[in-house]
Design a protein around this ligand. Structure first.
Ligand SMILES: [Zn+2]
Length: 253
């Protein structure tokens, strides 16, 4: 059985103690790819080192959508993406986050403006986009559509069935996180998403099947089984289809 983790954060401190073991457990679980997404400039080099040392690990460079500091951080992130264009599989996570609008953080308008810059950069570099859309699913879909984005992974998507349809009609991928086993809302999204537009992600270290535990990519095995049962299809088939979807959208093999 081949599995693929379309989005996580392996470079985070949570894995500093046992990162190699975590990657080894993912391999043993059947994973053939893991896309890790540093969201702070200082983490990008750490992620790229993982890519250079582990065949399993791919990198997508983005930023913390709700909390990035200023124009300078946006510029540094864009420069990093350009400088490592041959080593990354995607741009992101980028997008919109309206959950915590801090008074000292970027406004909705500012977030949209920056989001558009990254969509255009991805297009220019011919890379897919990994999209963050917390409490902002509809605005995210609209901006992506206005900008004519083509290859898109909607990471941990929380939209309505209508939003899912909107994405699927445009050929975008809806990414189902491992907390699908315990979240009604994620189950609704998974139910609305046809398997040929679905990828699986862990979003490690968060969104674990068990909320008390640190998440890791090997847990994709648990969500694959759960979603296959939901969909009434064989887990082997779901694993293979979602793996191929991920490889296609990321331009791998
Ligand atoms: Zn994430």
């Amino acid at each position: 059985m081949r599995l693929f983790d379309a989005h996580c954060h392996l470079e985070e401190e949570a894995f500093d103690g046992d990162r190699d073991e975590v990657i080894e457990r993912a391999r043993e679980a059947g994973l053939v790819g893991i896309v890790t997404s540093p969201i702070y400039p200082e983490d990008a080099e750490k992620a790229l080192r993982l890519f250079r040392n582990h065949q399993l690990v791919k990198v997508s460079i983005g930023l913390d959508v709700a909390e990035y500091g200023d124009e300078e951080e946006v510029k540094v992130t864009m420069d990093l993406i350009r400088a490592h264009v041959d080593e990354i599989v995607a741009v992101g996570e980028v997008g919109l986050d309206y959950r915590i609008l801090r008074s000292d953080g970027p406004s909705k308008e500012k977030q949209k403006e920056v989001f558009r810059l990254f969509i255009r950069l991805a297009k220019e570099l011919d890379k897919p986009l990994v999209i963050h859309s917390l409490w902002a699913q509809r605005p995210v879909l609209r901006v992506l559509d206005e900008e004519g984005a083509e290859r898109v992974v909607l990471h941990a998507f929380g939209g309505t069935p209508e939003d899912v349809r909107f994405a699927v009609e445009r050929g975008w991928m809806v990414s189902i996180p491992t907390n699908v086993v315990r979240s009604n809302n994620v189950q609704k999204v998974a139910g609305a998403t046809p398997v040929d537009h679905m990828v699986l992600e862990s979003d490690s270290p968060v969104l674990a099947p068990n909320p008390k535990e640190r998440n890791e990519p090997a847990n994709i095995r648990i969500s694959a089984k759960f979603v296959a049962e939901m969909k009434g299809i064989d887990v082997e088939d779901l694993a293979e289809i979602t793996t191929r979807n991920a490889m296609r959208v990321y331009g791998l093999g």
